[in-house]
Design a protein around this ligand. Structure first.
Ligand SMILES: NC(=O)c1ccc[n+]([C@@H]2O[C@H](COP(=O)([O-])OP(=O)(O)OC[C@H]3O[C@@H](n4cnc5c(N)ncnc54)[C@H](OP(=O)(O)O)[C@@H]3O)[C@@H](O)[C@H]2O)c1
Length: 360
């Protein structure tokens, strides 16, 4: 990652000092294949003065998510790509440190999509004010009680419609989405089989999240292990990966099964993710539906209430991998795409990175 030569006097604007300095990571170059640190650039710039109707948010945690890989490409998709030179897109939680907004006050904790940076100016659009004084940790609003949790909730309840006693299979099972899918399905009475990379992740899936079984697809016996773990076949597939993993589960589907296509991470670097088990869709009369969680704002309040209650009560468990400091974000993102994260991948935007006030 390059760092621009902009002077970085970090004096706070408060108490008559100079402007606050924002540190941000922008897209330096579009990847053609695997992402490397050279695709990002760290920049520093003064935070502009607010105008009426705006707030200044100090981001505390940044979420790293697989969808960011697609946004780095200039390809037709469901969302606009990040422009070269623009701040990388990303979900954040933080607090308002200045306000010229009528309904948002200094001290309010907010969740938004404010990007890979310490500070962001917002007119409030898309900001979600977080409950004050609840028992949900701030970071969880980017995971189980945030976009990944709602994704799990939507795909499970609105597409797969779990039935007690039926078998659900979920890939990337130890991750931010997969771990919630499996736990919610277990609560609904389904038998849950996860697929994850490595025995350590599989142990987490079984022991912490309570899945009935978990298959380590890296062990090289995917088809045989899947057959052994699903003696009655598979009724519901929550697909996060695609390619060979999706194919092997399609081969185990029962008649009138349902498939929620949530993500195809195996193909995010341009790898082949073709489906060879297309016949299963026909002969088993499967319902196969892709979805994008942001298309369904109507379900977010209900889903977030249920997920928040589950986390508060301890019935929904989660695990986080936290990178310390903004400059670690590119490496952590590259690790996420290689499966090095365990659970929700976050970046803590620590004060040590950028003191908010320096004495003049
Ligand atoms: N449709 C939507 O609205 C929506 C919203 C959010 C997320 N998603 C999708 O949901 C999926 C999971 O997202 P998440 O945030 O929960 O990520 P995550 O599971 O926390 O992290 C990604 C995981 O994917 C697995 N992976 C990466 N490359 C792989 C490959 N080539 N083959 C197999 N597995 C691979 C790795 O786990 P292993 O070590 O187990 O391989 C990695 O840890 C992604 O596909 C994402 O794009 C979709």
């Amino acid at each position: 990652m390059n760092e621009n030569p902009t002077p970085t006097s970090e004096d706070g604007r408060r108490r008559g000092a100079g402007p606050r300095i924002n540190r941000r990571i922008v897209l330096a170059e579009r990847p053609k294949g695997p992402v490397t640190p050279a695709h990002f650039r760290l920049e520093s710039a003064p935070v502009p003065e607010l105008i009426d109707g705006q707030v200044l948010v100090r981001n505390r945690f940044l979420s790293l998510d697989p969808y960011m890989r697609s946004r780095m490409e200039d390809a037709r998709s469901y969302a606009k790509p990040v422009a070269v030179g623009e701040v990388m897109v990303g979900g954040t939680v933080g607090e308002i440190v200045e306000s010229r907004h009528r309904r948002l006050a200094v001290g309010d904790r907010v969740n938004g999509v404010l990007g890979w940076q310490h500070y962001a100016i917002s007119d409030g659009t898309g900001l979600r004010r977080l409950p004050a004084g609840d028992s949900v940790p701030l970071s969880a609003y980017l995971g189980t009680v945030g976009m990944p949790g709602v994704t799990a909730w939507y795909g499970l309840n609105r597409i797969l419609e779990p039935v007690a006693g039926q078998t659900l299979c979920v890939s990337a099972a130890s991750g931010a989405v997969g771990s919630v899918v499996g736990q919610l399905a277990r609560i609904a009475g389904s038998r849950v089989v996860g697929i994850a990379g490595g025995e350590a992740k599989c142990r987490l899936v079984r022991e912490r999240y309570g899945f009935d079984a978990c298959i380590d697809y890296k062990a090289g016996r995917l088809e045989a292990d899947l057959a052994a773990a699903t003696p009655d076949g598979v009724d519901m597939l929550f697909e996060n990966v695609g390619g060979a993993i999706m194919d092997s589960v399609l081969g185990r589907m029962n008649p009138f099964g349902r498939v929620a296509v949530c993500g195809l991470i195996a193909g995010y670097n341009g790898e082949d993710i073709s489906i060879s088990q297309v016949r299963s869709i026909l002969v088993n009369r499967l319902k196969v539906q892709g979805f994008i969680v942001s298309d369904h704002p109507d379900v977010w309040p209900e889903a977030l209430a249920a997920l928040g209650a589950g986390v508060s009560a301890g019935t929904l468990k989660y695990h986080e991998t936290i990178a310390e400091g903004l400059e670690q974000a590119p490496g952590a993102f590259i690790g996420l795409l290689a499966g090095r994260n365990v659970g929700k991948q976050l970046v803590r935007l620590a004060d040590a990175d950028e003191p908010e006030i320096r004495p003049c």
